[in-house]
Design a protein around this ligand. Structure first.
Ligand code: ADP
Length: 627
C-alpha cells in the first residue's frame, strides 16, 4: 500500500492544521522515524530560514513565501503603500488611513495634526500602534497631542471614527487570502471569513475603553460582556461572513461593489511587494487581511496578518477555520506533486543529472564538519535508498545540484483532469506549471530571513496597557524574523519561547531509517475529504498562459481575473500599470447599479473569473455589460 503524505509542524501546532491533515489521512512527521526530507508540507507560524527555501525538494511545500514582511509589518506596510501612492496615484491607494511612522515622521505628524485642527476643529482622532505587536497590545487612541507619548517604534494613524455599526457595536472583517504564487501572481480569497465585534457599544466619549474601540478577540474575550446576549450581535464577539452577508442583504447597499472594493484592496496591497518577493513555486501563504467598513460602506485596510490565528474559540471559528485549512490543502494540489515524484522515480532520471549550462546552478554550500561526518556515515545507505539520498541537498555535488534545479525547471506541465461529482457540480482540477525558482536562489542570499533563531523575548513595557481584571493584556512579546509578531505565535503559547524550538534543520533526522516506500505517495483525493472543486471545467491555458482554477473549495481566484491581467502577471515582469487599469475598469463597471447577473449567459470567452464575495458567486462576464 502506498505511504501517506507527511506533514511537519513547528512546535506541534497549530492544532487545527494537524487535525485537518490527520483527518485526510496524512501522517505527522516524526524526527525519530523519518529522514530529514521525508515530508510533503512543513507548516510554521514563524518564518523559514533561507536555507530551508534553498534546500526545498520538488515534492515539498512550505506555508510561507520569503520576504513578505513588506506588508505584514505595520511600518513596512505604511511605507509600501505610501510609495505606491506616490507612483500610481493617491486616489487608488486611498484605502488605508493616513499613517505616520515614528519617530521618523514626527514633524510631518505634527504638521498634519495642526492643519486638521485648524481646518476641522478638535474632532479628529488618532490611533497609535506599536509596529511589531499584534492582538491589540500597546494600542491607544487619542485626540489631543498632549496625550500622545511613545517609547518605541510605532505608527500613528488617522482613527476611522465613523465605523459602520451593528446595533451600536463596532466590527471589522477578517478576510483570508491565499497567495498561491507571486510569480505569476495568483491570488485566492476565501468566501468564508470572520466578523469580529467589539463587545461594548461604540462611543467616542470613552476613547480608553478597549472593549468599545478594538475588535480583537484576544481583548474582547476578556470583556465583561463577552458572553452576554448582545442586541443582534448575540453572545461572544464573532460572526461568520455568511451571517454578515445576511445582514448586508437587509441593508440598501451595493453588496457586489463592496466585495469588489475589498478584493481590490487585497490585490493592490499585494502589488506593493509582488515584484520583490523571490519566486518560490513550492510555497503558499495564508494572510489575514483586517478590513474596517465605515458608515459610507467604504472599506479600509487596517493591517495584514502573517500567520493569522487558527485557534477555535467559538462556533464561528469552527465553521470558518476548518473549511479554510481544508481548502488551502486542496489548493496545494498534492496529487500533481505525487505524479511528478513518481515519474522521477520510475524514470530513474535522477541518476543522470541533465546539467544545463544556461541555467544558474545552486551554489554549493560549504559543508560543516558535522555534515561531512554525516555524509561518511550515510554513503553506504545512499546506494540502497537511491532517490531520497541522492537528492539530499546538503550532500549534493555540483552536478546533482544542477539536476535538482533543472528538475524544477524542465519537467513538463502535467494536465490532470480529475472529474468528480460533488455538491451537484462538475469538478475539475487543473494542473499547475512548475515555475522556476532561479530568483529565489539569487535573491535570498545571506540577508534573507534567517533570524528565526533570533526570536527573542522583549520585556519592554508596551504603551498604555489596557488593564483587565487587574491583569495587563501585555503578555511577553515574541518577535519573529522581521521583528513582527504573528497572531499564531501568541496563540501557541503566550509564554513559550519560540527560539527553544528552532533547531538547525539540517541536523534533524540524522542517520535515521526511512520507512520503506515513503516516496510512493498516494493520490491525495483518495481520502475522505472534500475534493478540489472548481465551478466549471474551462480551458486551462490561453495562448500558452496557464489559467489557474476559478475556484478551489471556497477559495475564489481573484487574481488574475481576466485575459489582460493574466498576460500582465505572466509576462517577464509583473505589469503593475496594466493590472491597475484593469482593476479600475472592473470596479467602474460593477459600480453601475443597474448591472444584473445574466443567467445562462454564454460567456464566449476563454477566460473568466468569479466575483468574489456573494454567496453564489456569479461569473464576472455575467455581471458586466458588454464593452
Ligand atoms: P493588531 O495587530 O494589534 O491587532 P490592528 O491594526 O489590527 O492591530 O488594530 C487592532 C484593532 O484596533 C483593530 O481590529 C480595530 O478594531 C482597531 N483599529 C486599528 N486601526 C484603526 C483605525 N485606523 N481606525 C479605527 N479602528 C482601528
Amino acid at each position: 500500500m502506498a505511504a501517506s503524505l507527511v506533514f511537519r509542524l513547528q512546535d506541534r501546532g497549530p492544532e487545527l492544521v494537524r487535525e485537518v491533515l490527520l483527518e485526510r489521512g496524512w501522517e505527522e512527521y516524526d524526527v525519530k522515524e523519518r529522514e530529514e526530507e521525508d515530508w510533503n508540507l512543513y507548516w510554521r507560524s514563524t518564518a523559514f530560514r533561507s536555507s530551508e527555501y534553498h534546500n526545498l525538494l520538488p515534492w515539498q511545500r512550505l506555508n510561507h513565501h520569503p520576504k513578505t514582511a513588506g506588508i505584514t509589518r505595520k511600518d513596512c506596510l505604511a511605507r509600501n503603500l505610501r510609495r505606491m501612492r506616490a507612483t500610481v496615484g493617491s486616489s487608488l491607494y486611498d484605502f488605508s488611513p493616513t499613517t505616520f511612522i515614528l519617530p521618523n515622521d514626527y514633524t510631518r505628524l505634527l504638521a498634519e495634526y495642526n492643519k486638521l485642527r485648524l481646518t476641522r476643529g478638535p474632532l479628529i482622532y488618532w490611533i497609535c500602534k506599536p509596529v511589531d505587536l499584534s492582538r491589540g497590545r500597546g494600542i491607544f487612541i487619542f485626540q489631543d497631542m498632549k496625550h500622545f507619548v511613545y517609547d518605541c517604534s510605532v505608527i500613528v494613524q488617522r482613527y476611522i471614527s465613523n465605523p459602520l455599526l451593528i446595533s451600536g457595536y463596532k466590527f471589522d472583517l477578517r478576510i483570508y487570502v491565499c497567495v498561491k504564487s507571486f510569480h505569476p501572481l495568483t491570488v485566492y480569497i476565501h468566501q468564508e471569513g470572520l466578523v469580529r465585534f467589539a463587545t461594548e457599544k461604540y462611543s467616542l466619549s470613552s476613547l480608553n475603553n478597549p472593549y468599545s474601540h478594538l475588535t480583537n478577540t484576544s481583548i474582547n474575550k476578556f470583556g465583561p460582556f463577552y458572553k452576554t446576549e448582545k442586541e443582534q450581535v448575540g453572545p461572544g464577539c464573532k460572526w461568520t461572513m455568511s451571517k454578515f452577508r445576511h445582514f448586508l442583504n437587509s441593508q440598501d447597499v451595493n453588496e457586489r461593489l463592496l466585495w469588489q472594493r475589498i478584493s481590490n484592496i487585497v490585490t493592490l496591497t499585494l502589488l506593493t511587494i509582488a515584484p520583490s518577493v523571490p519566486s518560490c513555486p513550492n510555497c503558499v501563504e495564508l494572510f489575514g487581511f483586517d478590513i474596517l467598513i465605515d458608515v459610507k460602506f467604504k472599506p479600509w485596510l487596517l493591517e495584514v496578518n502573517y500567520s493569522p490565528a487558527l485557534t477555535l474559540d467559538c462556533p464561528a471559528d469552527i465553521m470558518v477555520k476548518k473549511g479554510l485549512i481544508s481548502d488551502l490543502i486542496d489548493l496545494m494540489n498534492y496529487t500533481m506533486i505525487d505524479s511528478l515524484r513518481q515519474r522521477a522515480y520510475q524514470g530513474q532520471r535522477y541518476k543522470q543529472p541533465c546539467f544545463n549550462a544556461n541555467q544558474p546552478v545552486l551554489p554549493k554550500k560549504k559543508e560543516t564538519k558535522f555534515q561531512k561526518q554525516r555524509n561518511r556515515n550515510q554513503s553506504s545507505q545512499t546506494q540502497t535508498l537511491p532517490l531520497l539520498k541522492t537528492l539530499r541537498k546538503p550532500e549534493m555535488n555540483q552536478s546533482q545540484h544542477a539536476f535538482v534545479s533543472n528538475y524544477h525547471r524542465h519537467l513538463p506541465p502535467v494536465e490532470l483532469n480529475k472529474i468528480y461529482a460533488a455538491r451537484g457540480r462538475i469538478i475539475n482540477t487543473t494542473a499547475t506549471k512548475i515555475q522556476t525558482d532561479q530568483t529565489l536562489n539569487l535573491i535570498l542570499g545571506s540577508h534573507s530571513r534567517t533570524n528565526v533563531s533570533a526570536v527573542n523575548r522583549q520585556t519592554r513595557p508596551a504603551l498604555a496597557p489596557w488593564r483587565i481584571d487587574n491583569r495587563s493584556l501585555h503578555v511577553s512579546e515574541v518577535t519573529n524574523h522581521d521583528g513582527t509578531e504573528t497572531e499564531a505565535e501568541m496563540e501557541l503559547s503566550g509564554e513559550t519561547d519560540v527560539s527553544s524550538s528552532i533547531h538547525d534543520i539540517s541536523q534533524r533526522g540524522q542517520g535515521l531509517r526511512r520507512p520503506a516506500g515513503s516516496w510512493k505517495l498516494p493520490n491525495i483525493h483518495s481520502g475522505n475529504h472534500r475534493p478540489v472543486r472548481t465551478s466549471m471545467g474551462r480551458t486551462t491555458a490561453l495562448n500558452g498562459h496557464h489559467i489557474p482554477p476559478l475556484r478551489v473549495g471556497d477559495f475564489i481566484r481573484t487574481f488574475p481575473f481576466n485575459t489582460a491581467t493574466l498576460r500582465a502577471s505572466q509576462s517577464h515582469k509583473l505589469d503593475v500599470k496594466i493590472v491597475i487599469q484593469q482593476l479600475h475598469r472592473l470596479t467602474g463597471q460593477l459600480a453601475t447599479s443597474d448591472v444584473e447577473v445574466k443567467e445562462n449567459k454564454d460567456v464566449g470567452e476563454d477566460f473568466d473569473s468569479l466575483l468574489w464575495g456573494p454567496r453564489d458567486p456569479p461569473l464576472l462576464s455575467q455581471c458586466l455589460k458588454p464593452t
